[in-house]
Write a protein that binds this ligand. Sequence first.
Ligand code: AR6
Length: 172
Amino acid sequence: MDKKMTIWQGDITTLKVDAIVNAANKSLLGGGGVDGAIHQAAGPELLQATKKLGGAKTGEAKITKGFKLPARYVIHTVGPIYKNGLNNEAQLLAKCYKNSLALAQKHHLKTIAFSAISTGVYGYPLDEATEICVSTVKKILPEMKNVEEVIFVVFDEPTKEVYENTFEQLGI
Ligand code: AR6
């Protein structure tokens, strides 16, 4: 079966997919940005569930149900805080995508929507983060036999343009 990679602009909390990927922090207990929006839309049961996970390290991914969200599951991954690019940021960001996809594969999930991890509060330069994100997914998606579609969710127009350019550069 052909794998699909697509770009979609809007609010990730509205997507009826198997899993949405949250840009969380190490506590996994919620925060601002997309994390705050996901907790808000999922309802308080999500916080009850993430409290049981015991946090996560940068680059790790953990899964909960979606509760009140249209998405069945939420994969919580912790992106690197960008300092100067010399602190393993690129490897850690790639790990977020790899570990999230591995979890989706393990749970037999077919459709997975990613937020643009680390590109908001965590300050990762958008061009670099998008290159890492799209090339990492493109490379490992063929190994993830259960995963059929990856949706890159972009919240605003400038981010959409960067994703579209990156798709073009990578021949997608
Ligand atoms: N749907 C889709 N994308 C969104 C939404 C939404 N509803 N809201 C924001 N974005 P950020 P980070 C985009 O800051 O940089 C939190 O407090 C946003 O425009 O949410 O990984 C956590 O608890 C940007 O492109 O995540 C952590 O402490 C992208 O989501 C910290 O922020 C990621 O921006 C994580 O920072």
